[in-house]
Design a protein around this ligand. Structure first.
Ligand code: EPU
Length: 300
């Protein structure tokens, strides 16, 4: 059977690499060392890792680009499967299929050339394709859901599956793929969406983004979800700002002076600093407005 060989290959590579502290793999630059780190290059290798860990009773976590993740400082028990080597790009006249490990900013560039709706409105969102699909990333200029037609994934048992996307599969910063490993995504092309129109959308979105978000800071993007209010969602950033917290700092973690829903690592922050700042923000905003802020970032 081919499975043990494939697993052995993946395991050998993991061993050769050693398991680095996850602070080297997350945009917040915090996080401890897992027991094992696997970086499969094919879906078959990924499947072998999932099945092996399940059979061996080893807890397995999935890591995309690490852009929306807060990892604790101490050791991380169990294994991590990172998708960054799971890359491919298949282009037809009507669709583009792309690997979970492909860079999302790279796909956005491709979307401008190939006329994929929505994605050119997502500049300045770092990460991998798998991560942005899982989180349904996006904003006022466009989002992943606009053009996503199909997702391949491994279910929690490690079985390879395929899903044609239906209304309701993707929500606000959620998808139906909880507990699954997204391995690839297919986006539709729209022949009526010209390169000029796509580039103009990108430029507008990028200009706005540069003015309103701390793009070069070490951060995990927006930390909290926008809470529901009586007249629709309210901006968590605005609430934190109005609570007077812009620039508030604990250790090396600081509320961004540019957009208050970003926490920046100013250099030597620990996960504990970030966590303490999160709690301070939640308490302060609750005291000021009676609103409970819920984390958007995932925590390990
Ligand atoms: N505002 C402030 N102070 C701040 C931040 C915002 O007063 O510190 C005000 C703005 O001036 C604006 C309003 O709040 O009038 C809304 O702000 P913004 O347009 O920046 O949108 P947001 O609701 O704060 C959401 C997403 C962002 C996404 C932007 C743009 C969430 C949690 N945040 O932010 O997503 O980029 O819209 O579409 O949904 C992310 O998820 O990581 C993220 C950055």
């Amino acid at each position: 059977m081919v499975l043990p060989t494939v697993f052995a290959d993946a395991a050998r590579r993991a061993e050769a690499l050693g398991a680095p502290a996850l602070g080297t793999r997350t945009s917040l630059r915090v996080g401890g060392r897992p027991d094992f780190l696997f970086e499969p290059e094919t879906e078959a290798e990924a499947e072998a890792v999932v099945r092996h860990c399940r059979d061996a009773g080893v807890r397995l976590r999935y890591l995309g680009g690490g852009y929306n993740l807060l990892v604790r400082d101490g050791p991380i028990r169990g294994a991590v499967l990172a998708t960054r080597r799971l890359q491919f790009l298949e282009i037809t006249d009507t669709q583009v299929r792309v690997g979970a490990g492909n860079s999302f900013p790279g796909l956005v560039k491709t979307a401008i050339e190939l006329g994929i709706p929505g994605l050119p409105g997502c500049p300045g969102i770092p990460g991998t394709v798998g991560g942005v699909v899982f989180m349904n990333a996006g904003g006022r200029f466009g989002s992943v859901a606009d053009a996503l037609v199909e997702v391949t994934y491994l279910d929690p048992e490690g079985a390879s599956s395929r899903r044609v996307i239906e209304a309701g599969d993707l929500g606000y910063r959620t998808s139906r793929f909880d507990g699954c490993l997204v391995t690839g995504a297919t986006f539709r092309r729209d022949p009526a969406f010209t390169q000029e129109a796509a580039q103009a959308l990108y430029d507008d979105a990028m200009k706005w983004k540069r003015e309103t978000q701390p793009l070069s800071a070490k951060s995990a993007g927006c930390i909290f979800k926008n809470p529901d209010g009586p007249e629709g969602p309210r901006s968590a950033g605005r609430l934190i700002d109005e609570a007077g917290l812009k620039g508030a700092q604990i250790g090396g973690a600081r509320v961004s002076p540019v957009h208050a829903n970003f926490i920046e690592n100013t250099g030597d922050a620990t996960a504990a600093d970030v966590h303490a700042l999160i709690v301070k923000i939640q308490r302060t905003v609750f005291a000021a407005f009676g609103v409970e802020l819920e984390l958007e970032v995932k925590t390990w």
